[in-house]
Ligand binder design. Structure first.
Ligand code: ASP
Length: 454
């Protein structure tokens, strides 16, 4: 049994729905289908989820933005009409939106989640109706019925362990089951969404729950590439990579796959295959537990911006027992998670995502570090980018770091930080944001040119 997830652009129009149906029906193992909300049909289009967010934000005691509601309903009505499905579906969708507004108009967070979730929920209903219209036995399954229980944190749901046992029961159901992505239900019965892009997470949870043989994730690219194709022309396609490699790449900016989505399938060692709805014949990229390393030692290079470094200096820091703990406790008190902690004998930096230092947190942290840790100096450096060079093959290969430093120095990029974990499966470079694209491009050419390290 395979779980197949279709992303927003794969279910953005009637034409895309037809491709999706062909894909599902081409393989009888494709029994569980997870769908996103209708995404962009072209570059300048607006995702339905973004429209739903706008609608939620427009709700006041006096009403809501009718124009936005109209745009949302139109997205579905166009699909429904072009697929020759029953018009009553359109009215049902409009009614669910109006009911969500009515029910939650006085609770901003719940309203936002209910409307955001409706994007995928309604699309799953349309998909099930379409498959049925093709004489297939297909059913819409709501996350409530499926037992997709999650924590009660609006916009940031996490799956609860019970969900897996609940989902396992779906194995006994007949036909093709269509499940909306992106949300679950809390034990209190509220709709709660995962973070943005969270339909990937649903797919992965369903795959783990039903014990799928494979989790196929259909998007609009032929494969995952070794580097952002916007930076390098015709970059290398990745045929296979491990969960760990994918996790590192997704963390540092590869947006093909939600980085939280791997966790459920990793535990069960279920292979993930990223494929293209518009070109399903292409083999895609397989993400697996283990792979045989051959060819290039580096599998991919990714980068992300908006990092900050809290740089702390204190003479004899290395001899002070508990310094690191106390420092991290200050961050913990402010609810800040850290990404890396490069250090020297008398200095330590803590790298955090820039958006975590808002709302006066920066000032409070600096103040506490100064007054409680008696440091010689503390400064915050902003506008940093982190580049991750990733590959299981790096561990056994000499010269990986020298290749990087040479390429960066040839390109005139100043390295502000270097970090390599003990697994040697990745290497991180911190550079200024304005040099990041240049840095990534030169690293790519250093590792993937025909004369690269093999
Ligand atoms: N529709 C949601 C979003 O745009 C979730 C998803 O597509 O994965 O974030």
């Amino acid at each position: 049994m395979k779980v197949v997830k279709f992303g927003g652009s794969s279910v953005a129009s009637a034409e895309q729905f037809k491709k999706v149906a062909n894909i599902i029906l081409a393989d009888s193992d494709r029994r569980m289908v997870v769908v996103s909300a209708p995404g962009k049909r072209h570059e300048s289009d607006i995702k339905t989820t973004d429209l739903l967010i706008r609608l939620a934000e427009s709700v006041t005691d006096k009403g809501y933005d009718e124009e936005v509601l109209y745009l949302i309903v139109s997205r579905y009505s166009e699909i429904i009409k072009d697929l020759s499905l029953h018009e009553s579906l359109v009215n049902d969708i409009k009614d669910t939106l109006l009911k969500a507004i009515e029910d939650y108009r006085h609770d901003e967070d719940r309203l936002m989640d209910a409307l955001k979730a409706s994007g995928e929920d309604n699309n799953a209903k349309v998909m099930a109706a379409y498959l049925s219209s093709l004489n297939q036995e297909a059913y819409y399954i709501s996350p409530k019925e499926a037992g997709m229980v999650v924590t009660d944190e609006p916009g940031n749901a996490r799956i609860l362990p019970d969900a897996y046992a609940n989902l396992e029961k779906l194995r006994d159901r007949k036909g093709i089951l269509v499940i909306p992505g992106f949300f679950g239900y809390s034990n209190k019965g509220h709709i709660v969404t995962f973070p943005r892009g969270g339909s990937d997470i649903t797919g992965s949870i369903v795959a783990a729950g039903v014990g799928a043989t494979e989790y196929e994730n259909f998007t609009d690219v032929d494969s995952i590439y070794s580097v952002n194709p916007k930076l390098v022309e015709n970059p290398m396609e990745i045929k296979e990579l491990t969960y760990r490699e994918m996790r590192e790449l997704a963390y540092s900016g590869f947006s093909v796959f939600h980085d939280e989505a791997l966790q459920p399938v990793v535990r069960k060692k279920i292979p993930v295959v990223v494929k293209n709805t518009n070109h399903p014949e292409a083999p895609g990229t397989r993400i697996v537990h283990e792979r045989k390393v051959s060819g290039y030692p580096v599998v991919g290079i990714a980068s992300d911006t908006d990092f900050c470094s809290i740089n702390i200096t204190k003479y004899l820091m290395n001899r002070e027992v508990g310094f690191g703990r106390h420092l991290l406790e200050i961050l913990e008190d402010e609810g800040i998670s850290f990404e890396h902690t490069p250090s020297g004998i008398d200095n330590m930096s803590v790298i955090v995502r820039g958006d975590q230092l808002k709302n006066g947190k920066e000032e409070r942290i600096i103040h506490r570090i100064r007054t409680e840790l008696f440091v010689d100096d503390v400064q915050i450096e902003r506008f940093l980018a982190m580049i991750m060079v990733v590959g299981e093959g790096m561990a056994k290969t000499l010269g990986i770091a020298s290749k990087a430093t040479m390429a960066l120095s040839d390109a005139g990029v100043n390295i502000k930080m270097i970090n390599q974990g003990s697994s040697e499966g990745s290497m991180m470079f911190g550079v200024n944001e304005d040099q990041v694209d240049l840095a990534v491009t030169s690293l790519y050419h250093a590792y993937f040119s025909p004369v690269g390290v093999r």
